[in-house]
Design a protein around this ligand. Structure first.
Ligand SMILES: Nc1ncnc2c1ncn2[C@@H]1O[C@H](COP(=O)(O)OP(=O)(O)OP(=O)(O)O)[C@@H](O)[C@H]1O
Ligand SMILES: [Mg+2]
Length: 502
């Protein structure tokens, strides 16, 4: 080679190297801007092939790298062909690929780049099938590494056409490119991992938050629904009670006066009966007198009187009259009691409110009904200390009398009535629990209706609980029942606590 040629060659060579360097810088900038892993890998192979002017190229990565396993410490898995340029996947398993596989193994084993400038004269590779049969001339293979120098995979380039294409320059270029490529790949993999972790965490957080929120909303809904049901029930009950109350007031008013004069008339009749008895006693004496006289006229008068007395059953009438009057009086008294109940239910009679101790009011009611309770009921008192409470004491007394009598009547043989009193801010609460027969829904639904009773005629009028209801409402309180057939009943009364300053 003459000096001129040497000069030309050097200039050309430098120009080529400069061009390659320029394109390497461009590629490096380009690669660092890519954020998608697949796109990056494609670009790495494309750029490598372009920068060193290779015929074919491919990039192999450990499976773990692609799947985002921690490359520095985790299991990398097998090496897989990830991107290829002008190399079919089949070619990898073909014999033609033997040489490159051997080169690859060497790179993987030592973690360093391998360049074969002239494969045909390379002692180590010249006898390889691919060199002999496929005609490989130059091979360049560089490792792809993490910042911590861990193998991620490799970049392989080869050429059949030009002997001596890959030399030290190309090796340097490709090593620099691989360095940049490795960093870019690692960055994207880490970023993806981070994103996935954040996504997972926020998904879990959101899911957790929504689940909590949903559960809370469901609870709120359930509560609102229960409240609605209760309010609806109370509204229906109030409306029913209001119309029944009107009716009761009217009926009570209409019955009150006739019952009053019936009772006083019956009492008069009782007195008249006494007077009549005196008169008839006097008649009997006169009859005796005439009977003793013995004359015909007297005897016949006495006889006809006797016939008339017998015919009219005078003796029976006189003896039966007192019990008739007594029964009628009892009947009238019963009517009077019903009228009183109806008046209490419809708040006709006003009594004065007083500060009372509810425990004492309950005890007073217990005394009143004690005769009925004592043989079959054990009474358990669970009283709490209660402050004085502003109420209509006689009405409250009536409430507990009615509840206690019902509880007692519900107990067939022997049982227990438990009375609890306590403060549950802001209410005074009284519970009356019995171990009696309990109630099914058909009874529970009509419990507070006036005249609803399941008791035999004469035993219950069905007014007890409607009176209780009216009184509790008047105290702005609530009454509720828990009961099941055969499992006893608990009546709970809540009264908003109020007290009058002395
Ligand atoms: N503690 C209870 N256990 C079981 N059933 C009850 C209880 N309290 C009330 N009941 C049922 O409710 C019905 C209505 O009760 P309420 O007190 O209004 O009327 P009554 O007891 O039948 O008659 P009255 O109270 O006028 O004598 C009763 O007939 C009974 O069926
Ligand atoms: Mg009753």
């Amino acid at each position: 080679m003459n000096p001129e040629n040497v000069q030309n060659y050097t200039v050309q060579e430098r120009f080529r190297t400069e061009q390659k360097l320029k394109s390497l810088i461009r590629v490096s900038q380009y690669l660092s801007a890519i954020v998608n892993l697949n796109e990056l890998l494609e670009k790495i192979v494309d750029s490598a092939v372009e920068v060193v002017g290779a015929e074919r190229g491919f990039l192999m990565l450990y499976k773990g790298v692609i799947e985002g396993v921690d490359i520095d410490s985790g299991d990398k898995g097998e090496l897989v062909l990830t991107v290829s340029k002008n190399v079919s996947k089949d070619a990898l398993s073909s014999e033609a690929f033997q040489t490159s596989k051997a080169v690859m193994d060497k790179v993987l084993a030592h973690g360093e780049a391998v360049v074969i400038t002239d494969a045909a004269s390379d002692e180590e590779f010249k006898s390889r099938n691919s060199v002999v049969r496929y005609g490989l001339r130059s091979i360049l293979c560089v490792p792809l590494k993490t910042k911590n120098n861990q193998m991620m995979g490799l970049l392989y380039l080869d050429n059949r056409l030009v002997k001596g294409l890959f030399g030290v320059h190309e090796l340097d270029l490709l090593t620099t490119l691989a360095l940049q490529a490795g960093i870019s790949v690692e960055n994207i993999v880490l970023a993806e991992k981070e994103k996935a972790a954040v996504r997972k965490a926020s998904e879990a957080e959101v899911r957790g938050k929504y689940a909590d929120m949903l559960a809370e909303k469901n609870k709120e809904l359930e509560k609102a629904y229960d409240k609605l049901k209760l309010t609806q029930g109370q509204l229906v009950q109030s409306a029913k009670m209001a119309s029944v109350g009107q009716l009761a007031t009217g009926v009570a008013h209409e019955i009150n006066n006739p019952t009053g004069f019936m009772l006083s008339n019956l009492e008069m009749l009782e007195k008249y009966h006494g007077t009549l008895q005196d008169v008839f006693a006097q008649y009997a004496k006169i009859d005796e007198f005439f009977a003793k006289r013995g004359d015909e006229e007297s005897r016949s008068m006495s006889q006809s009187l006797e016939v008339l007395k017998k015919k009219l059953r005078m003796n029976f009438i006189l003896s039966d009259l007192p019990s008739l009057v007594e029964e009628s009086k009892l009947g009238a008294l019963r009517i009077k009691k019903i009228v009183e109940d109806l008046r209490t239910f419809s708040h006709v009679d006003e009594e004065k409110r007083q500060n009372s101790n509810i425990n004492e009011v309950v005890d007073f009611a217990l005394n009143i009904v004690w005769n009925e309770l004592k043989y079959k009921v054990q009474v358990v008192k669970e009283y709490s200390d209660l402050p004085l409470f502003l109420c209509y004491p006689h009405e409250m007394n009536q409430v507990f009398v009615n509840l206690l009598i019902n509880a007692c009547q519900a107990i067939e043989d022997k049982g227990t009535i438990t009375i609890r009193t306590y403060l549950k801010d802001p209410d005074v609460v009284v519970e009356v629990e019995d171990t009696g027969c309990g109630m099914g829904p058909e009874v529970l639904g009509r419990l507070f209706e006036p005249f609803f009773t399941t008791k035999p005629v004469g035993k219950g009028t069905g007014l007890g609980l409607s009176v209780v209801y009216g009184i509790i409402k008047r105290h702005k309180g609530e009454i509720s029942v828990k009961s099941q057939p055969g499992e006893g009943s608990t009546f709970t009364i809540r009264l908003p606590f109020q007290t009058a300053s002395a």
